[in-house]
Each structure stands twice: as structure tokens, then as C-alpha cells.
Design a protein around this ligand. Structure first.
Ligand SMILES: NC(=O)c1ccc[n+]([C@@H]2O[C@H](COP(=O)([O-])OP(=O)(O)OC[C@H]3O[C@@H](n4cnc5c(N)ncnc54)[C@H](OP(=O)(O)O)[C@@H]3O)[C@@H](O)[C@H]2O)c1
Length: 254
């Protein structure tokens, strides 16, 4: 028998980090459209306030995910306002320091791992203790198509995202059966973070993409929504690649 809701999000609560723009905002919008309430964060308070107003059924707390105390307060806000935390989407990230690893500043390297790896772990711990351990839930870590191979300039970023992939698998094993933990790995998506790749004169980054276009934040949001929904309730510890075919593009270059 079909459930009354195709997604099962009515009455559910999702925490989304990095939700003032780009992929995080699209994910938060998708949850609200599916009937959930969202608790969101980003560093810039005015930007977050605009996003929260646009979302409607949402509360926001400005701050950095690099601060464990902020992540704790975010969890408390979700519990105080909505009384539950069904979904956590660890989306906020930094792609700095950019450049050869031999030049990488140690503090900025540590910052990449704090934001991209430690923060997802800390927020998952808070949500687990506050709600998920007793009631279950679903966690999605936003990774990247580039986490599994090397490339110029983004060594710190891709190394930290590779660690996030492994963290996802480890948590999936540890938190089962009550909490599912998966990741979504976007290819190139038209956002501020990736502007340095797609906003170049006389270059179309979509030329060699099998599906013929760059991603929109909504392409990633739909994948996150599905992966956290009841439709995916036998899936944990997996990475869902949403990349327009980036990984298979070499098959086209005869
Ligand atoms: N765009 C792509 O092509 C692409 C490809 C692969 C993976 N991804 C991944 O997708 C995710 C979202 O990226 P995006 O492209 O949507 O980036 P974006 O448009 O630059 O948005 C990043 C969001 O995160 C917030 N943020 C950044 N650092 C933060 C911090 N330390 N604490 C709290 N919030 C923070 C930003 O707001 P504030 O600046 O106000 O904090 C903003 O809301 C990231 O995990 C990224 O690695 C993106």
C-alpha cells in the first residue's frame, strides 16, 4: 500500500548548513516544499535572514560550522523550536586553501578539515544525542565528484572531501539501523563557490559534459530529498554521484 506522502516529510524537521545560497538554500527549499520545517545556518547574518524569510517555515542561526558551540546551539534551536531533528544535511564547506599543497598554509589546511570533515561529525553527534539515537533519522553529507581523483589546485579540498566520504561510511555502519548516513557528490554546479570554474570568458564548461549542461542547485536538492526520504529507506553508507555524467565523459573522446 502506498504511504499518504510520496516523500514522508510532513511534520519532519531538517537542519541544513550553508543554506543562505547555492545548493544549501535549494536543499532547504526542497524540504519546505515537501512539507518539512528547516533550521538553517550560514556565517553572514543578513544573507541568512533573507534566506530564512524566503523559506518561510524556517528558523536560522548565523555562525560558522567551524565552531562546535555554534553547532550545539543550532541543534538546541531546532529542538526548542520544533522538538525533533529528522534530517541533517552537512552542506557548508570551504574550497580553500587553493593551490599546490607545498604552499598550503597549515592554519588554512586545518580550517578546511575543520569545516569540511569535523563539523559534519560534530553536528551529527549533536543531532544523535538530541533526537536521532532514540527516534532515528537520516544524515546526508555533501561531498564532491572530485573527492575520488586528483587534480590541480584543489588538493586540500578534495583530500578533506575524500575524508568526508570515509566518515560517511564509518558513521553509516556505526549508526545503523536507526540512522541512515549517505553522501551526495555534485559535479560542477552553478553557484558562487564554483564561479571561478564556470564564469570564464569564451569557455563553456558544459561542452564535454555528457548531459550537456552544468548542474543547477535544484539538481542536487532533488537527490538529497530522495536520499533522505522513505523511498530510500534501505540505503545507507552510499555516495550518490550527481554530476551530469562528468565521471563518464572520457568515453566520448574518440
Ligand atoms: N558548486 C559546485 O560546483 C560544487 C561541486 C561539488 C561539491 N560542492 C559542494 O556543495 C556544497 C555547497 O556548495 P555551493 O556550491 O552551494 O557553495 P556556495 O554557493 O558558496 O554556498 C555556500 C554556503 O555555505 C555557507 N558557508 C560557507 N562556509 C561556512 C561556514 N564555515 N559555516 C557556515 N556556513 C558556511 C555560505 O554562507 P556564508 O558565506 O554566509 O557562510 C553559503 O550559504 C559544498 O559542500 C561544496 O563543497 C559544490
Amino acid at each position: 500500500m502506498m504511504s499518504p506522502s510520496p516523500h514522508g516529510f510532513e511534520g519532519r524537521v531538517a537542519i541544513v548548513t550553508g543554506a543562505s545560497r547555492g545548493i544549501g538554500l535549494a536543499v532547504a527549499e526542497a524540504f519546505v516544499a515537501a512539507g518539512a520545517r528547516v533550521c538553517v545556518t550560514a556565517r553572514d547574518a543578513p544573507g541568512l535572514a533573507r534566506a530564512t524569510a524566503r523559506l518561510g517555515d524556517a528558523v536560522g542561526l548565523a555562525g560558522t560550522v567551524a565552531d562546535p558551540a555554534h553547532l550545539h546551539r543550532l541543534t538546541e534551536l531546532a529542538m526548542d523550536e520544533y522538538g525533533r531533528i529528522d534530517v541533517v544535511v552537512n552542506n557548508a564547506a570551504t574550497n580553500q586553501p587553493y593551490g599546490p599543497l607545498m604552499d598550503a598554509d597549515p592554519d588554512r589546511w586545518r580550517e578546511a578539515f575543520t569545516v569540511n570533515v569535523e563539523a559534519p561529525l560534530r553536528l551529527t553527534q549533536h543531532a544523535w544525542r538530541a533526537w536521532m539515537r532514540a527516534h532515528g533519522g537520516s544524515v546526508v553529507n555533501i561531498c564532491t565528484e572530485g573527492a575520488t581523483h586528483v587534480g590541480p589546485g584543489l588538493g586540500a579540498y578534495s583530500t578533506s572531501k575524500a575524508a568526508l566520504l570515509r566518515l560517511t561510511q564509518q558513521l553509516a555502519g556505526e549508526l545503523a539501523p536507526g540512522v541512515r548516513v549517505n553522501s551526495v557528490s555534485p559535479g560542477l554546479v552553478r553557484t558562487e563557490m564554483a564561479r571561478f570554474v564556470w564564469d570564464r570568458p569564451n569557455q563553456d564548461p558544459a561542452t564535454d559534459l555528457p548531459l550537456g549542461r552544468m548542474g543547477d542547485p535544484q539538481d542536487i536538492a532533488r537527490a538529497v530529498l530522495w536520499l533522505t526520504s522513505t523511498a530510500a529507506n534501505w540505503i545507507t553508507g552510499t555516495d550518490l554521484l550527481v554530476d551530469g555524467g562528468t565521471r563518464v565523459r572520457r568515453a566520448r573522446t574518440l
